[in-house]
Ligand binder design. Structure first.
Ligand SMILES: Nc1nc2c(ncn2[C@@H]2O[C@H](COP(=O)(O)OP(=O)(O)O)[C@@H](O)[C@H]2O)c(=O)[nH]1
Ligand SMILES: [Mg+2]
Length: 285
């Protein structure tokens, strides 16, 4: 595949897509990180969908887009910045944790719709790769795009961790492999049952990529493992996979919704999914 010109310079357009909700406090750092990317900015477009935000998220995004258009040097400028808005009027009661098991499926269905709206609005014809990057994933190598695109996979995910000043741990539990036990377990489900990871009340028997770091003495940064599902914290998708119809189901597809559902759809279309257990990006905590 022709991903670079003869002089090694990249030639392919990348769309970085980020859904945002009540995230005004993250936008400064989000742009600091994106601005540091070494992939040519003229080949990068940014797309945002803002929902249900009363904290000035949209206005801050618009300010940044305007600033970039007027102040940045030509080589710093992105190809395009698009900001879309769609409210779902979905507010968790203040005493409800967004990770509580009973609100998970509903929340994931709204996330799925958000991602689909964003994709449909922002995927223009010049785009070869789509990077799903959550607004709270703020630390990653400046060379992220060259490195992930260079792997030339249909879908590829780094390992998303969190860290404090002296500790770190796995964050994105949605990058996983099926196991013989997980397939067995799924035979006991009703067709419309939806699975999610990380809840003691629901043991799914998947093997999570957060637990595969340095597995079997492997320390190579580019050590790749096949996966059966992905999260959306930082996920590179070949645009053709989306164009062929792999979207984020807001309905149960093979017992999954949203990003894991996307992975199941991509697999059904014959595409391959890979993860990089030793290549870390960090979620803000
Ligand atoms: N557009 C939109 N973005 C959302 C919504 N809920 C969360 N987000 C954003 O989607 C990303 C993932 O959500 P987050 O709550 O961080 O998920 P978690 O880290 O898996 O708990 C973040 O960038 C959020 O700001 C929503 O309903 N609509
Ligand atoms: Mg998050």
């Amino acid at each position: 595949m022709n991903t670079t010109a003869e002089d090694g310079e990249p030639t392919e357009h990348v769309l970085i897509v980020t859904p945002f909700k009540e995230s005004a406090h993250l936008i400064e750092r989000y742009f600091d990180s994106v601005n540091r990317l070494t992939y040519p900015h003229r080949l990068i477009s940014l797309g945002f969908l803002v929902s249900d935000s009363k904290d000035g998220t949209v206005e801050k995004l618009q300010d940044h887009a305007r600033y970039i258009a007027s102040q940045q040097q030509p080589w710093e400028k992105f190809h395009r910045i698009s900001i879309f808005q769609k409210d779902f009027h979905y507010d968790l009661a203040t005493n409800e944790d967004r990770h509580a098991f009973n609100v998970q499926i509903q929340r994931r269905q709204i996330m799925a719709k958000s991602r689909n709206i964003l994709l449909n609005s922002a995927l223009t014809e010049e785009i070869s790769w789509v990077l799903w990057l959550d607004g709270d994933v703020l630390e990653y190598p400046a060379t992220l795009l060259e490195e992930l695109i260079g792997m030339d996979k249909d879908i590829i995910v780094p390992n998303c961790y969190w860290h404090s000043y002296n500790e770190e741990g796995g964050y994105d539990k949605n990058n996983w492999q099926e196991t013989p036990e997980s397939w067995e377990f799924q035979k006991t489900l009703q067709p419309d049952d939806v699975l999610v990871e990380g809840y003691p009340e629901l043991i799914t028997h998947r093997k999570l990529m957060i637990d595969m770091r340095h597995e079997n003495g492997q320390t190579d940064l580019y050590y790749a493992v096949p996966l059966d599902a992905v999260g959306g914290t930082c996920t590179l998708v070949r645009a053709q996979v989306h164009r062929d119809g792999a979207i984020f189901p807001a309905f149960p597809f093979r017992h999954q919704v949203e990003t894991e559902g996307l992975a199941k759809m991509a697999t059904a279309l014959g595409y391959e999914i890979w993860g990089l257990p030793n290549y870390l990006v960090y979620h803000y905590i």
